[in-house]
Design a protein around this ligand. Sequence first.
Ligand code: MF3
Ligand code: CO
Ligand code: CO
Length: 291
Amino acid sequence: MTPTDRAPRGPLKPGEPTPIRTVPEHIARPEYVGRTGPERVTASDIKDAETVERIRAAGQIAARALEAVGAAIRPGVTTDELDRIGHEFMIAHDAYPSTLHYMGYPKSLCASINEVVCHGIPDTTELKDGDIVNIDITAYKDGVHGDTNRTFLVGDVDEDARLLVERTKKAMERGIKAVKPGREVNVIGRVIEKYAARFGYGVVREYTGHGVGEAFHSGLIIPHYDSAPDYDDVMEVGMVFTIEPMLTLGAAETYQWDDEWTVLTADGSRTAQFEHTLVVTEDGADILTLP
Ligand code: MF3
Ligand code: CO
Ligand code: CO
C-alpha cells in the first residue's frame, strides 16, 4: 500500500438513494423479479447455437448500453444519471435491465467508484475529476442474459490508476485467450493471477466469473485466481460464462457497506474490473458482449 493506492478524492461515502425506475409491461422479466430469493433456473452451461445467438443479441444490447453510459461519463454527473441512461437504452431495445430487482438490488446497472470493487448502487454521488468508475450492465432479452462491464477514467486520472485500468483489461483478455475446450476452468484464473502478480496487484477472490444464459448466475464459478485443484470443471464447446477480474492497487481483501451490496477494498486501495460474456469454441472463445 502506497499513498497513491488510494483515490485523490478520499474515502467514498454513500450518496442518497434515488427513486426506483419502472420497466414497460410489454418487456418480459426474468423469473426472479417479484421475489426475494435466489434464481430457480435449471439449464445446462452448454448452449446450442440458437441459444448462443440469443445471448449474443442480449450481450450486444448490454455492450451498446455500456457505450451510451460511457459517453456521458464526466466530472459532475451522478451515478443515478448514468443508471437512467443505461435503463432507458435497454428498455428502448426491449431488454430488461437484469440487475433491477435481482435479489433485492434496486438499480439497472452497477456503478463502482475508486475503492468500490463491485455492486456499487447508483445514487446522488457525483463523479469527480480523477476518479475511475466501473459500469456493469446486464441485459435480458428473449429469455437470456448478456453481462459485460468496463472501467472508465473520469477527467484527469493519475498514472497508478490509469495503469491499473489498462492492465486489468489486459488481464481479462489474457483470461479469454486461455479458454480452450478440454482445459479446466482454473486455468483462466492462473493466467490472470500470474499477470497481476507482475505488477504487485491484488486479485479479488470472493467475486468470480459465472455461467450465464437462461440464468443470470448459473452456479458455474470461474475464479480469477489460481484455484487448482478446485474449480476443475472442464471447458466444452458451447459452454457460456463470464470472465470479469477485479484487480486492486493494494490488498485483495474486501468488505461490504450496510446496504448489503457495495463491496469495497478493506485497505481503501483503488480497484478496476472488466467483463465479457463468451462461448467456448473449437479453438478458443467467441466474445458475446461486443457492441
Ligand atoms: N453484473 C454483475 C456480475 O457481473 C452482477 C450484478 S448483481 C447486482 O455478475 F445485483 F449487484 F446488480
Ligand atoms: Co458477471
Ligand atoms: Co456484470
